[in-house]
Design a protein around this ligand. Structure first.
Ligand SMILES: [Cu+2]
Length: 134
C-alpha cells in the first residue's frame, strides 16, 4: 500500500516535469539559430529549411529554392559582389523582404523574388524563384 502511494507521487512528479518542460519549449520565442526574438511565434523552429543565397552583380546563386508547403524557410543573402537583398512582392503570395528572412511557406506555387536594392544596370534581371511544392 505504502509502496504504491510512493510510486504514485513519483509518477505525478515525472508528469509535472514533462508538462513544465514541454510548456517551456512550446512558448520559446527566440530563434535557436540567430538568438534573435522571433515575432511570428507560429514558426516551427525545430524544422527550419535554411538556404544561403550568394548574391553578386547580377545574379542569385542558387536562383531556384525548392521547399514543401508548410516548411519554415530561412533565406540568408550572402553578398559577394555589391549589396543586395531579396524581396517577394506581396501580390505574388509572400510579403517578405530582407537579407535574413524566416517565414512559413504556406502557399504552394512558384514565386519570383527580386533584388530589393538597386545595384546597377542588371538589377532588374536579378531574380530567383521559390518553388513551394503542395
Ligand atoms: Cu542587386
Amino acid at each position: 500500500m505504502k509502496k504504491s502511494f510512493i510510486s504514485l507521487i513519483v509518477l505525478g512528479l515525472v508528469l509535472l516535469a514533462i508538462i513544465f518542460f514541454g510548456y517551456n519549449l512550446s512558448t520559446q520565442k527566440v530563434d535557436d539559430i540567430t538568438g534573435k526574438a522571433v515575432i511570428n511565434k507560429d514558426l516551427n523552429l525545430a524544422n527550419v529549411m535554411v538556404f544561403t543565397i550568394n548574391a553578386s552583380r547580377f545574379k542569385f546563386n542558387p536562383d531556384v529554392i525548392r521547399v514543401k508547403k508548410g516548411d519554415t524557410v530561412r533565406l540568408i543573402v550572402n553578398n559577394i559582389d555589391g549589396i543586395h537583398s531579396i524581396h517577394f512582392h506581396e501580390d505574388e503570395g509572400y510579403d517578405v523582404e530582407g537579407t535574413d528572412v524566416t517565414f512559413v511557406a504556406d502557399k504552394a506555387g512558384n514565386f519570383e523574388f527580386h533584388c530589393a536594392i538597386y545595384c546597377g544596370s542588371g538589377h532588374n534581371q536579378m531574380t530567383g524563384t521559390l518553388i513551394v511544392e503542395g
